[in-house]
Design a protein. Structure first.
Length: 548
Protein backbone atom coordinates (compact mmCIF):
# COMPACT_ATOMS: atom_id res chain seq x y z
CA UNK A 1 0.00 0.00 0.00
CA UNK A 2 1.28 3.46 -0.93
CA UNK A 3 1.74 5.80 2.02
CA UNK A 4 2.94 9.40 2.06
CA UNK A 5 3.65 11.43 5.18
CA UNK A 6 2.82 15.12 5.28
CA UNK A 7 3.40 17.81 7.90
CA UNK A 8 0.25 19.63 9.03
CA UNK A 9 0.86 23.33 8.56
CA UNK A 10 -1.33 24.13 11.58
CA UNK A 11 -0.47 21.72 14.40
CA UNK A 12 2.91 20.67 12.90
CA UNK A 13 2.13 16.97 13.41
CA UNK A 14 2.69 14.37 10.71
CA UNK A 15 -0.29 12.81 8.96
CA UNK A 16 -0.60 10.08 6.37
CA UNK A 17 -1.91 10.11 2.83
CA UNK A 18 -2.85 6.64 1.56
CA UNK A 19 -3.30 5.46 -2.01
CA UNK A 20 -7.10 5.41 -1.54
CA UNK A 21 -6.92 9.07 -0.48
CA UNK A 22 -4.93 9.94 -3.59
CA UNK A 23 -7.47 8.17 -5.79
CA UNK A 24 -10.27 10.22 -4.22
CA UNK A 25 -8.40 13.51 -4.62
CA UNK A 26 -7.65 12.65 -8.24
CA UNK A 27 -11.28 11.78 -8.93
CA UNK A 28 -12.45 15.14 -7.58
CA UNK A 29 -9.47 16.99 -9.08
CA UNK A 30 -8.39 18.52 -5.77
CA UNK A 31 -4.87 18.70 -4.32
CA UNK A 32 -3.56 16.82 -1.30
CA UNK A 33 -4.64 18.68 1.88
CA UNK A 34 -2.11 20.72 3.83
CA UNK A 35 -3.81 20.09 7.21
CA UNK A 36 -4.27 16.83 9.12
CA UNK A 37 -7.84 15.56 9.40
CA UNK A 38 -8.15 16.86 13.00
CA UNK A 39 -7.25 20.40 11.97
CA UNK A 40 -9.49 20.17 8.91
CA UNK A 41 -12.47 19.27 11.11
CA UNK A 42 -11.56 21.99 13.58
CA UNK A 43 -11.55 24.53 10.77
CA UNK A 44 -14.96 23.40 9.48
CA UNK A 45 -16.66 23.32 12.88
CA UNK A 46 -15.69 26.92 13.54
CA UNK A 47 -18.35 27.82 10.95
CA UNK A 48 -21.25 26.21 12.86
CA UNK A 49 -22.83 28.00 15.82
CA UNK A 50 -25.60 25.86 17.26
CA UNK A 51 -26.15 26.95 20.84
CA UNK A 52 -25.43 30.67 21.17
CA UNK A 53 -28.54 32.70 20.34
CA UNK A 54 -29.04 36.46 20.34
CA UNK A 55 -31.79 39.01 20.08
CA UNK A 56 -31.11 41.41 17.24
CA UNK A 57 -32.86 43.55 14.63
CA UNK A 58 -33.80 42.09 11.28
CA UNK A 59 -32.01 43.90 8.46
CA UNK A 60 -35.11 43.26 6.34
CA UNK A 61 -38.03 44.38 8.50
CA UNK A 62 -36.39 46.04 11.50
CA UNK A 63 -38.28 43.68 13.83
CA UNK A 64 -36.57 42.07 16.79
CA UNK A 65 -35.68 38.47 15.98
CA UNK A 66 -33.77 35.53 17.44
CA UNK A 67 -30.59 34.68 15.56
CA UNK A 68 -27.29 32.88 15.98
CA UNK A 69 -25.67 36.05 14.58
CA UNK A 70 -25.19 38.79 17.13
CA UNK A 71 -25.98 42.39 16.19
CA UNK A 72 -22.28 43.23 15.77
CA UNK A 73 -21.67 40.59 13.08
CA UNK A 74 -20.81 42.17 9.70
CA UNK A 75 -23.76 40.61 7.84
CA UNK A 76 -27.27 41.43 6.84
CA UNK A 77 -29.54 39.03 8.72
CA UNK A 78 -33.15 38.43 7.67
CA UNK A 79 -35.89 36.55 9.50
CA UNK A 80 -36.23 33.16 7.83
CA UNK A 81 -39.57 33.91 6.18
CA UNK A 82 -38.11 36.96 4.47
CA UNK A 83 -34.91 35.15 3.46
CA UNK A 84 -36.89 32.43 1.69
CA UNK A 85 -39.26 34.90 0.02
CA UNK A 86 -38.97 36.49 -3.41
CA UNK A 87 -38.79 39.97 -1.89
CA UNK A 88 -35.06 40.16 -2.59
CA UNK A 89 -32.76 38.78 -5.27
CA UNK A 90 -29.30 37.43 -4.32
CA UNK A 91 -28.16 37.89 -7.94
CA UNK A 92 -28.26 41.65 -7.36
CA UNK A 93 -25.08 41.23 -5.31
CA UNK A 94 -23.24 39.47 -8.14
CA UNK A 95 -20.08 40.71 -9.84
CA UNK A 96 -17.68 39.52 -12.51
CA UNK A 97 -14.59 37.68 -11.34
CA UNK A 98 -11.56 39.96 -11.01
CA UNK A 99 -8.36 38.08 -11.92
CA UNK A 100 -6.27 40.83 -10.34
CA UNK A 101 -7.60 39.90 -6.88
CA UNK A 102 -7.62 36.65 -4.96
CA UNK A 103 -10.72 34.46 -5.02
CA UNK A 104 -10.94 34.37 -1.22
CA UNK A 105 -10.91 38.17 -1.03
CA UNK A 106 -13.75 38.46 -3.53
CA UNK A 107 -15.79 35.67 -1.94
CA UNK A 108 -15.50 37.03 1.59
CA UNK A 109 -16.58 40.45 0.39
CA UNK A 110 -19.65 38.87 -1.26
CA UNK A 111 -20.44 36.93 1.91
CA UNK A 112 -20.58 40.16 3.91
CA UNK A 113 -23.06 41.70 1.47
CA UNK A 114 -25.56 38.87 0.89
CA UNK A 115 -28.31 38.52 3.54
CA UNK A 116 -28.25 35.45 5.78
CA UNK A 117 -30.97 33.43 7.50
CA UNK A 118 -31.40 34.25 11.17
CA UNK A 119 -31.52 30.56 12.11
CA UNK A 120 -31.03 27.22 10.39
CA UNK A 121 -34.52 25.86 10.99
CA UNK A 122 -37.22 24.22 8.87
CA UNK A 123 -40.95 23.74 9.47
CA UNK A 124 -41.05 24.15 13.24
CA UNK A 125 -43.99 25.32 15.36
CA UNK A 126 -43.99 27.44 18.51
CA UNK A 127 -40.25 26.98 18.96
CA UNK A 128 -38.47 30.35 18.64
CA UNK A 129 -35.39 29.40 20.67
CA UNK A 130 -34.04 26.48 18.67
CA UNK A 131 -31.42 26.14 15.95
CA UNK A 132 -30.45 23.50 13.41
CA UNK A 133 -33.91 22.04 13.95
CA UNK A 134 -36.65 20.73 11.74
CA UNK A 135 -40.25 19.52 11.99
CA UNK A 136 -40.43 20.12 15.73
CA UNK A 137 -43.13 21.58 17.96
CA UNK A 138 -43.20 23.35 21.32
CA UNK A 139 -39.46 23.03 21.86
CA UNK A 140 -37.19 25.28 23.92
CA UNK A 141 -33.44 25.80 23.68
CA UNK A 142 -32.86 22.69 21.58
CA UNK A 143 -30.14 22.27 18.99
CA UNK A 144 -29.74 19.72 16.22
CA UNK A 145 -33.18 18.19 16.78
CA UNK A 146 -35.79 16.82 14.42
CA UNK A 147 -39.35 15.48 14.64
CA UNK A 148 -39.57 16.31 18.34
CA UNK A 149 -42.38 17.68 20.48
CA UNK A 150 -42.36 19.32 23.90
CA UNK A 151 -38.62 18.86 24.43
CA UNK A 152 -36.29 21.23 26.28
CA UNK A 153 -32.52 21.68 26.49
CA UNK A 154 -31.85 18.76 24.15
CA UNK A 155 -29.15 18.24 21.55
CA UNK A 156 -28.93 15.75 18.69
CA UNK A 157 -32.31 14.30 19.59
CA UNK A 158 -34.87 12.96 17.13
CA UNK A 159 -38.39 11.52 17.07
CA UNK A 160 -38.82 12.18 20.80
CA UNK A 161 -41.47 13.71 23.01
CA UNK A 162 -41.53 15.17 26.53
CA UNK A 163 -37.81 14.83 27.18
CA UNK A 164 -35.38 17.22 28.85
CA UNK A 165 -31.58 17.32 28.81
CA UNK A 166 -30.92 14.56 26.29
CA UNK A 167 -27.86 14.12 24.09
CA UNK A 168 -27.93 11.76 21.11
CA UNK A 169 -31.39 10.36 21.91
CA UNK A 170 -33.89 8.86 19.51
CA UNK A 171 -37.53 7.77 19.89
CA UNK A 172 -37.67 8.50 23.62
CA UNK A 173 -40.53 9.81 25.72
CA UNK A 174 -40.92 11.23 29.21
CA UNK A 175 -37.22 11.01 29.98
CA UNK A 176 -34.50 13.11 31.56
CA UNK A 177 -30.71 13.12 31.13
CA UNK A 178 -30.22 10.49 28.45
CA UNK A 179 -26.95 9.99 26.57
CA UNK A 180 -26.88 7.80 23.46
CA UNK A 181 -30.23 6.16 24.15
CA UNK A 182 -33.12 5.05 22.00
CA UNK A 183 -36.70 3.93 22.53
CA UNK A 184 -36.66 4.61 26.28
CA UNK A 185 -39.71 5.64 28.30
CA UNK A 186 -40.20 7.25 31.72
CA UNK A 187 -36.53 7.00 32.60
CA UNK A 188 -33.71 9.22 33.79
CA UNK A 189 -29.92 9.22 33.85
CA UNK A 190 -29.20 6.51 31.28
CA UNK A 191 -26.29 6.02 28.90
CA UNK A 192 -26.13 3.61 25.97
CA UNK A 193 -29.51 2.10 26.82
CA UNK A 194 -32.29 0.99 24.48
CA UNK A 195 -35.89 -0.14 24.89
CA UNK A 196 -35.80 0.52 28.64
CA UNK A 197 -38.83 1.62 30.67
CA UNK A 198 -38.95 3.02 34.19
CA UNK A 199 -35.18 2.81 34.50
CA UNK A 200 -32.76 4.92 36.53
CA UNK A 201 -29.04 5.67 36.64
CA UNK A 202 -28.01 2.75 34.42
CA UNK A 203 -25.52 2.01 31.67
CA UNK A 204 -25.62 -0.26 28.62
CA UNK A 205 -28.91 -1.97 29.40
CA UNK A 206 -31.31 -3.24 26.73
CA UNK A 207 -34.99 -4.15 26.95
CA UNK A 208 -35.14 -3.68 30.72
CA UNK A 209 -37.92 -2.47 33.01
CA UNK A 210 -37.69 -1.27 36.60
CA UNK A 211 -33.92 -1.17 36.98
CA UNK A 212 -31.71 1.20 38.96
CA UNK A 213 -27.93 1.60 39.12
CA UNK A 214 -27.40 -1.32 36.75
CA UNK A 215 -25.07 -2.10 33.87
CA UNK A 216 -24.81 -4.61 31.01
CA UNK A 217 -28.29 -6.10 31.62
CA UNK A 218 -30.48 -7.65 28.95
CA UNK A 219 -34.23 -8.30 29.23
CA UNK A 220 -34.34 -7.87 33.01
CA UNK A 221 -36.92 -6.46 35.41
CA UNK A 222 -36.70 -5.32 39.03
CA UNK A 223 -32.94 -5.08 39.43
CA UNK A 224 -30.98 -2.77 41.73
CA UNK A 225 -27.18 -2.64 41.45
CA UNK A 226 -27.43 -5.69 39.15
CA UNK A 227 -29.21 -7.77 41.79
CA UNK A 228 -32.71 -9.18 41.44
CA UNK A 229 -35.32 -7.76 43.83
CA UNK A 230 -39.06 -8.11 44.16
CA UNK A 231 -41.37 -5.62 42.51
CA UNK A 232 -42.31 -4.31 45.97
CA UNK A 233 -38.65 -3.84 46.94
CA UNK A 234 -37.97 -1.96 43.74
CA UNK A 235 -40.94 0.36 44.19
CA UNK A 236 -39.89 1.09 47.77
CA UNK A 237 -36.33 1.87 46.63
CA UNK A 238 -37.50 4.18 43.85
CA UNK A 239 -39.93 6.06 46.10
CA UNK A 240 -37.07 8.04 47.63
CA UNK A 241 -35.61 8.88 44.21
CA UNK A 242 -38.96 10.33 43.17
CA UNK A 243 -38.86 12.78 46.07
CA UNK A 244 -36.54 14.90 43.94
CA UNK A 245 -34.03 15.90 46.61
CA UNK A 246 -31.11 17.79 45.13
CA UNK A 247 -28.82 16.62 47.93
CA UNK A 248 -29.76 12.98 47.32
CA UNK A 249 -29.47 13.35 43.54
CA UNK A 250 -25.87 14.45 43.92
CA UNK A 251 -25.22 11.15 45.67
CA UNK A 252 -27.16 9.24 43.02
CA UNK A 253 -25.16 10.94 40.29
CA UNK A 254 -21.89 9.91 41.94
CA UNK A 255 -23.18 6.33 42.15
CA UNK A 256 -24.20 6.53 38.47
CA UNK A 257 -20.63 7.42 37.52
CA UNK A 258 -19.36 4.51 39.62
CA UNK A 259 -21.75 2.16 37.81
CA UNK A 260 -20.32 3.30 34.47
CA UNK A 261 -16.74 3.04 35.70
CA UNK A 262 -17.20 -0.55 36.91
CA UNK A 263 -19.19 -1.77 33.89
CA UNK A 264 -17.85 -3.74 30.95
CA UNK A 265 -17.44 -1.47 27.91
CA UNK A 266 -17.49 -2.76 24.38
CA UNK A 267 -14.53 -1.36 22.45
CA UNK A 268 -16.82 0.35 19.94
CA UNK A 269 -20.50 1.27 19.68
CA UNK A 270 -20.67 0.44 15.99
CA UNK A 271 -23.67 -1.66 14.98
CA UNK A 272 -24.29 -3.68 11.83
CA UNK A 273 -21.18 -2.43 10.06
CA UNK A 274 -18.70 -3.95 7.63
CA UNK A 275 -15.08 -2.82 7.46
CA UNK A 276 -15.60 0.33 9.54
CA UNK A 277 -13.37 2.14 12.03
CA UNK A 278 -14.69 4.79 14.37
CA UNK A 279 -17.53 4.98 16.87
CA UNK A 280 -21.32 5.10 16.78
CA UNK A 281 -21.36 4.04 13.13
CA UNK A 282 -24.61 2.29 12.23
CA UNK A 283 -25.66 0.17 9.24
CA UNK A 284 -22.65 1.25 7.19
CA UNK A 285 -19.79 -0.13 5.12
CA UNK A 286 -16.19 0.96 4.48
CA UNK A 287 -16.17 3.98 6.77
CA UNK A 288 -12.85 4.96 8.36
CA UNK A 289 -12.23 7.49 11.10
CA UNK A 290 -15.94 8.30 11.13
CA UNK A 291 -18.20 9.05 14.08
CA UNK A 292 -21.94 9.29 14.70
CA UNK A 293 -22.86 8.24 11.18
CA UNK A 294 -25.63 6.07 9.77
CA UNK A 295 -26.41 4.27 6.49
CA UNK A 296 -23.18 5.35 4.82
CA UNK A 297 -20.59 3.77 2.55
CA UNK A 298 -17.01 4.56 1.53
CA UNK A 299 -16.43 7.52 3.82
CA UNK A 300 -13.34 8.83 5.55
CA UNK A 301 -12.93 11.51 8.22
CA UNK A 302 -16.66 12.20 8.45
CA UNK A 303 -18.71 13.09 11.55
CA UNK A 304 -22.44 13.39 12.22
CA UNK A 305 -23.61 11.98 8.92
CA UNK A 306 -27.32 11.41 8.50
CA UNK A 307 -27.85 8.47 6.15
CA UNK A 308 -27.02 7.74 2.55
CA UNK A 309 -23.80 9.67 2.18
CA UNK A 310 -21.36 7.72 0.02
CA UNK A 311 -17.91 8.11 -1.52
CA UNK A 312 -16.99 11.27 0.38
CA UNK A 313 -14.30 12.65 2.68
CA UNK A 314 -13.97 15.32 5.33
CA UNK A 315 -17.58 16.15 6.11
CA UNK A 316 -19.34 17.31 9.24
CA UNK A 317 -23.13 17.29 9.64
CA UNK A 318 -24.03 16.07 6.16
CA UNK A 319 -26.99 14.10 4.77
CA UNK A 320 -27.77 12.25 1.54
CA UNK A 321 -24.76 13.05 -0.58
CA UNK A 322 -22.14 11.62 -2.88
CA UNK A 323 -18.66 12.70 -3.94
CA UNK A 324 -18.51 15.51 -1.42
CA UNK A 325 -15.34 16.89 0.14
CA UNK A 326 -14.46 19.39 2.87
CA UNK A 327 -18.05 20.28 3.65
CA UNK A 328 -20.15 21.40 6.58
CA UNK A 329 -23.95 20.93 6.62
CA UNK A 330 -24.17 19.70 3.04
CA UNK A 331 -26.76 17.73 1.11
CA UNK A 332 -26.12 16.86 -2.52
CA UNK A 333 -23.67 15.56 -5.10
CA UNK A 334 -20.17 16.78 -5.93
CA UNK A 335 -20.02 19.55 -3.37
CA UNK A 336 -16.50 20.76 -2.63
CA UNK A 337 -15.45 23.27 0.06
CA UNK A 338 -19.08 24.19 0.80
CA UNK A 339 -20.91 25.30 3.93
CA UNK A 340 -24.69 24.95 4.39
CA UNK A 341 -25.45 23.85 0.84
CA UNK A 342 -28.59 21.74 0.89
CA UNK A 343 -31.86 20.66 -0.78
CA UNK A 344 -30.12 18.25 -3.18
CA UNK A 345 -27.68 20.74 -4.65
CA UNK A 346 -24.99 19.52 -7.04
CA UNK A 347 -21.67 20.49 -8.61
CA UNK A 348 -21.04 23.45 -6.35
CA UNK A 349 -17.61 24.62 -5.23
CA UNK A 350 -16.63 27.15 -2.55
CA UNK A 351 -20.26 28.07 -1.89
CA UNK A 352 -22.13 29.11 1.23
CA UNK A 353 -25.82 29.01 2.12
CA UNK A 354 -27.25 27.60 -1.12
CA UNK A 355 -30.53 25.73 -1.61
CA UNK A 356 -31.41 23.58 -4.63
CA UNK A 357 -28.58 24.91 -6.79
CA UNK A 358 -26.24 23.34 -9.30
CA UNK A 359 -23.06 24.39 -11.09
CA UNK A 360 -22.23 27.32 -8.86
CA UNK A 361 -18.78 28.59 -7.93
CA UNK A 362 -18.08 31.02 -5.09
CA UNK A 363 -21.74 31.88 -4.52
CA UNK A 364 -23.67 32.91 -1.41
CA UNK A 365 -27.38 32.81 -0.57
CA UNK A 366 -28.72 31.48 -3.89
CA UNK A 367 -31.90 29.43 -4.29
CA UNK A 368 -32.77 27.37 -7.36
CA UNK A 369 -29.94 28.81 -9.46
CA UNK A 370 -27.55 27.28 -12.00
CA UNK A 371 -24.30 28.37 -13.64
CA UNK A 372 -23.44 31.25 -11.34
CA UNK A 373 -20.04 32.63 -10.30
CA UNK A 374 -19.86 35.08 -7.38
CA UNK A 375 -23.66 35.38 -7.66
CA UNK A 376 -23.46 36.48 -11.28
CA UNK A 377 -25.52 34.50 -13.82
CA UNK A 378 -23.74 32.94 -16.83
CA UNK A 379 -24.68 30.71 -19.69
CA UNK A 380 -23.61 27.07 -19.45
CA UNK A 381 -20.90 27.65 -22.06
CA UNK A 382 -19.51 30.78 -20.39
CA UNK A 383 -19.55 29.12 -16.95
CA UNK A 384 -17.61 26.10 -18.20
CA UNK A 385 -15.05 28.38 -19.83
CA UNK A 386 -14.50 30.72 -16.86
CA UNK A 387 -14.41 28.26 -13.93
CA UNK A 388 -11.24 26.42 -15.10
CA UNK A 389 -9.52 29.80 -15.46
CA UNK A 390 -10.50 30.74 -11.90
CA UNK A 391 -9.19 27.43 -10.58
CA UNK A 392 -5.91 27.94 -12.42
CA UNK A 393 -5.69 31.43 -10.97
CA UNK A 394 -6.31 30.01 -7.49
CA UNK A 395 -3.59 27.38 -8.01
CA UNK A 396 -1.06 30.05 -8.92
CA UNK A 397 -1.69 32.06 -5.74
CA UNK A 398 -2.03 28.96 -3.53
CA UNK A 399 -5.76 29.06 -2.78
CA UNK A 400 -7.10 26.05 -4.66
CA UNK A 401 -7.76 23.15 -2.29
CA UNK A 402 -7.63 25.30 0.82
CA UNK A 403 -10.67 26.14 2.94
CA UNK A 404 -11.60 29.42 4.48
CA UNK A 405 -9.64 29.97 7.66
CA UNK A 406 -10.80 30.18 11.25
CA UNK A 407 -10.04 33.90 11.11
CA UNK A 408 -12.71 34.23 8.40
CA UNK A 409 -15.41 32.40 10.37
CA UNK A 410 -18.62 34.35 11.07
CA UNK A 411 -18.35 33.22 14.68
CA UNK A 412 -15.93 33.53 17.55
CA UNK A 413 -14.20 30.31 18.52
CA UNK A 414 -16.21 29.81 21.72
CA UNK A 415 -19.51 30.57 19.95
CA UNK A 416 -19.09 27.69 17.53
CA UNK A 417 -19.35 23.91 17.86
CA UNK A 418 -15.58 23.73 17.47
CA UNK A 419 -15.16 24.62 21.16
CA UNK A 420 -17.06 21.47 22.12
CA UNK A 421 -14.84 19.11 20.14
CA UNK A 422 -11.56 21.02 20.16
CA UNK A 423 -11.71 23.01 23.42
CA UNK A 424 -9.20 25.81 23.88
CA UNK A 425 -8.67 28.48 26.48
CA UNK A 426 -9.10 32.15 25.68
CA UNK A 427 -5.33 32.58 25.78
CA UNK A 428 -4.77 29.74 23.29
CA UNK A 429 -7.35 31.15 20.91
CA UNK A 430 -6.03 34.70 20.98
CA UNK A 431 -2.46 33.46 20.55
CA UNK A 432 -3.51 32.04 17.18
CA UNK A 433 -5.15 35.35 16.24
CA UNK A 434 -8.60 33.78 16.32
CA UNK A 435 -11.55 35.58 17.87
CA UNK A 436 -13.02 35.00 21.33
CA UNK A 437 -16.45 36.09 22.59
CA UNK A 438 -16.23 37.91 25.91
CA UNK A 439 -18.78 37.37 28.64
CA UNK A 440 -21.73 39.73 28.83
CA UNK A 441 -21.71 40.87 32.47
CA UNK A 442 -25.49 41.34 32.30
CA UNK A 443 -25.81 37.54 32.06
CA UNK A 444 -23.84 36.97 35.27
CA UNK A 445 -25.95 38.53 38.02
CA UNK A 446 -25.68 37.21 41.55
CA UNK A 447 -28.33 34.71 42.64
CA UNK A 448 -30.22 35.92 45.70
CA UNK A 449 -32.72 33.08 45.84
CA UNK A 450 -32.19 29.82 47.73
CA UNK A 451 -33.67 26.89 45.83
CA UNK A 452 -35.49 24.40 48.08
CA UNK A 453 -33.81 21.00 48.22
CA UNK A 454 -36.88 18.89 47.30
CA UNK A 455 -38.96 19.52 44.19
CA UNK A 456 -42.17 19.22 46.25
CA UNK A 457 -41.13 22.34 48.16
CA UNK A 458 -40.37 24.46 45.09
CA UNK A 459 -43.00 27.21 44.63
CA UNK A 460 -44.29 28.33 41.26
CA UNK A 461 -42.67 31.70 41.92
CA UNK A 462 -39.28 30.22 41.07
CA UNK A 463 -40.18 31.05 37.47
CA UNK A 464 -39.63 34.70 38.35
CA UNK A 465 -36.20 34.16 39.89
CA UNK A 466 -32.84 34.64 38.23
CA UNK A 467 -30.64 31.63 38.97
CA UNK A 468 -26.87 31.44 38.63
CA UNK A 469 -25.08 28.31 37.39
CA UNK A 470 -23.01 26.69 40.14
CA UNK A 471 -20.39 25.82 37.52
CA UNK A 472 -19.93 28.87 35.27
CA UNK A 473 -22.08 31.44 37.19
CA UNK A 474 -24.11 32.31 34.08
CA UNK A 475 -27.76 33.15 34.71
CA UNK A 476 -30.61 30.89 33.66
CA UNK A 477 -34.33 30.66 34.36
CA UNK A 478 -36.88 27.94 34.98
CA UNK A 479 -39.85 28.17 32.63
CA UNK A 480 -43.36 26.99 33.49
CA UNK A 481 -43.38 23.89 31.31
CA UNK A 482 -39.98 22.89 32.66
CA UNK A 483 -41.13 23.20 36.28
CA UNK A 484 -44.18 21.03 35.56
CA UNK A 485 -41.88 18.40 34.03
CA UNK A 486 -39.61 18.29 37.07
CA UNK A 487 -42.60 17.96 39.41
CA UNK A 488 -44.16 15.25 37.28
CA UNK A 489 -41.00 13.12 37.27
CA UNK A 490 -39.86 14.01 40.79
CA UNK A 491 -36.66 15.72 39.69
CA UNK A 492 -34.80 18.45 41.58
CA UNK A 493 -34.31 21.89 40.07
CA UNK A 494 -30.99 21.83 38.18
CA UNK A 495 -28.23 23.93 39.70
CA UNK A 496 -26.34 24.23 36.43
CA UNK A 497 -27.26 26.21 33.32
CA UNK A 498 -28.33 24.31 30.16
CA UNK A 499 -24.93 24.82 28.50
CA UNK A 500 -23.02 23.34 31.43
CA UNK A 501 -25.46 20.43 31.63
CA UNK A 502 -24.89 19.75 27.95
CA UNK A 503 -21.14 19.98 28.43
CA UNK A 504 -21.40 17.54 31.33
CA UNK A 505 -23.28 15.02 29.16
CA UNK A 506 -20.68 15.39 26.43
CA UNK A 507 -18.07 14.41 29.00
CA UNK A 508 -19.61 10.94 29.25
CA UNK A 509 -18.63 10.28 25.62
CA UNK A 510 -15.13 9.50 24.41
CA UNK A 511 -13.23 11.93 22.15
CA UNK A 512 -13.28 11.35 18.40
CA UNK A 513 -9.83 9.81 18.43
CA UNK A 514 -8.90 6.25 17.43
CA UNK A 515 -6.15 4.58 19.42
CA UNK A 516 -4.82 1.05 19.79
CA UNK A 517 -5.57 -0.74 23.05
CA UNK A 518 -5.63 -4.35 24.18
CA UNK A 519 -8.79 -6.14 25.29
CA UNK A 520 -8.81 -6.21 29.10
CA UNK A 521 -10.00 -9.82 29.01
CA UNK A 522 -8.15 -11.68 26.24
CA UNK A 523 -5.43 -9.21 25.29
CA UNK A 524 -6.42 -8.88 21.63
CA UNK A 525 -5.33 -5.55 20.10
CA UNK A 526 -8.27 -3.29 19.25
CA UNK A 527 -8.85 0.07 17.62
CA UNK A 528 -11.02 2.02 20.03
CA UNK A 529 -11.81 5.46 21.44
CA UNK A 530 -10.91 4.36 24.98
CA UNK A 531 -7.46 5.66 25.83
CA UNK A 532 -4.73 3.59 27.47
CA UNK A 533 -5.13 5.73 30.60
CA UNK A 534 -8.85 4.98 30.91
CA UNK A 535 -9.24 2.50 33.77
CA UNK A 536 -12.57 1.10 32.55
CA UNK A 537 -12.84 -2.56 31.53
CA UNK A 538 -12.84 -2.46 27.73
CA UNK A 539 -13.51 -5.76 25.94
CA UNK A 540 -13.31 -6.86 22.32
CA UNK A 541 -16.63 -7.85 20.78
CA UNK A 542 -16.17 -11.56 21.43
CA UNK A 543 -15.34 -11.13 25.11
CA UNK A 544 -18.04 -8.51 25.55
CA UNK A 545 -20.77 -10.79 24.19
CA UNK A 546 -19.55 -13.74 26.26
CA UNK A 547 -19.63 -11.59 29.42
CA UNK A 548 -23.27 -10.52 29.08
Amino acid sequence: MYMETKLCKNCKNNFEIQDSDLAFYKKLDVPIPTLCHFCRSQRRLCYRNERVLYKRKSDYSGKEIISHYSQDKPFKVYENEAWWSDAWDPLEYGSAYDFSRSFFEQFLQLRKEVPRMALNVTNNENSPYINYAWYSKNCHLCFDVGYTEDVMYCATTYYSKDVVDTFFARECELCYYLIDCQKCYNSRYLQDCANCHDSYFSFDCKACTNIAFCSNLRNKSNYIFNKQVSKEEFEKFIKEIKQGSHKKYKEYFDDFKKVIASAIHKYTHNLNTENCMGDYILNSKNCFNCFDSEKCEDLKYCNRIEEKVVSSMDLDNAAKGELCYEGLCTNGVNLKFCTIVFNDSSDCTYCDLLASCSNCFGCVGLKHKNYCILNKQYSKEAYEEIVPRIIEHMKIIGEWGECFTLEDSPFCYNEAVVQEYFPLTKEQVLKKNWRWKEKDIKEYQKQNYEIPDAILDVPDSIKNEILACESCEKNYKIIEKELLFYKKLGLPIPRKCPDCRNLEMRGFRNPRVIIKRNCDNCGTEMETTYSQDDKKKVFCEKCYLEAL
